[in-house]
Design a protein around this ligand. Structure first.
Ligand code: SF4
Length: 292
């Protein structure tokens, strides 16, 4: 048996940075520290932050004082205004790459009257980006929606930083047909593109592939969809405990990959579980090969 971990699996630069900022903030403050929404889509890490004194809130009305950490996804300008009004201290951990996309949307809103954002309308990054569009942003989630767009002289199109490149290209292809001048900005971040590519490459080379991460993480779900298109034996699991002997039947090469908010421990636990629990299913010596 061979276990191969996809290159660039797990925590991305923006999420690692936000976690570091959160831990530094709680060490410096004696007031309550909150994050607006979960800092990362991982229940284990959120529980650890809670133990350290960092609570996740969903609504600003839930607090009257303290410090609020803006997570890597960023927020819309009205959230900064609400926090300022309430006199609540802000620690801004928005990923610098997301900040650049926000600035792009802001600038485009000055020049264009239609800005298409390819992303999930419920995702916090998209909610934040829309806030910078001055009412000119339109969210597209799939190719089908793009097909309902009327012809137009000018449009701009960009993507959620964790969008599936394949889907973005498909939406662009549909809108090129319907727009005289389509300005395309591929804002899918490099970390996401590398992870998606290494996961799809791995899906071609293994018999079974586990995508590890929180079920509420949209970038992890996209990794799952990318791999599943290539390899039907792809499983989306949150923890190593969900790996069953049935999933590993006849697998000689097993791949592992994790989303931008999957901590390295979760991937290591999956490696350990496969090595120890399923020894009896395999005849040959176990090898763990990490591509990093
Ligand atoms: S996926 Fe990319 S843009 Fe999004 S938080 Fe991570 S590093 Fe930043």
């Amino acid at each position: 048996m061979e276990i191969i971990i996809a290159n660039n699996s797990g925590l991305c630069y923006g999420v690692k940075r936000a976690l570091r900022i959160a831990k530094e903030t709680i060490n410096k403050k004696n007031k309550k520290v909150f994050t607006l929404g979960d800092l990362i889509h991982n229940p284990q890490v959120i529980a650890d932050l809670e133990k350290r004194g960092i609570s996740s809130i969903e609504n600003l009305n839930d607090i009257k004082e303290g410090t609020v950490i803006i997570r890597s996804h960023g927020v819309s300008p009205d959230i900064y205004m609400m926090l300022a009004k309430k006199n609540i201290e802000i620690v801004d951990a928005t990923c610098p790459i997301v900040k650049k996309i926000q600035k792009l949307v802001e600038d485009l809103a000055e020049a264009k009257d239609e800005i298409i954002i390819v992303g999930n309308k419920e995702h916090p990054e998209i909610k934040g980006l829309i806030g910078y569009s001055k009412g000119k942003g339109i969210i597209i989630e799939n190719e089908q929606q793009a097909k309902s767009f009327p012809p137009k002289k000018e449009r701009a199109i960009l993507a959620q930083s964790t969008q599936d490149l394949y889907l973005f290209e498909k939406v662009v292809a549909v809108l090129i047909e319907r727009t005289e001048e389509l300005k395309v900005y591929n804002t899918i971040c490099q970390f996401t593109q590398t992870r998606q590519k290494s996961t799809s490459d791995l899906a071609f080379h293994v018999d079974t592939l586990f995508i590890i991460g929180g079920k509420n993480s949209s970038n992890t779900r996209k990794l799952y969809q990318i791999s599943k298109r290539i390899l039907p034996n792809t499983y989306f699991i949150e923890t190593a405990a969900q790996i069953t002997p049935e999933m590993l039947k006849r697998a000689k090469k097993i791949g592992l990959s994790g989303g931008a908010s999957t901590p390295p421990e979760a991937i290591q636990e999956a490696v350990d579980k496969i090595k120890t629990s399923f020894k009896h299913l395999f005849q040959r010596e176990k090898i763990v090969q990490c591509q990093s």
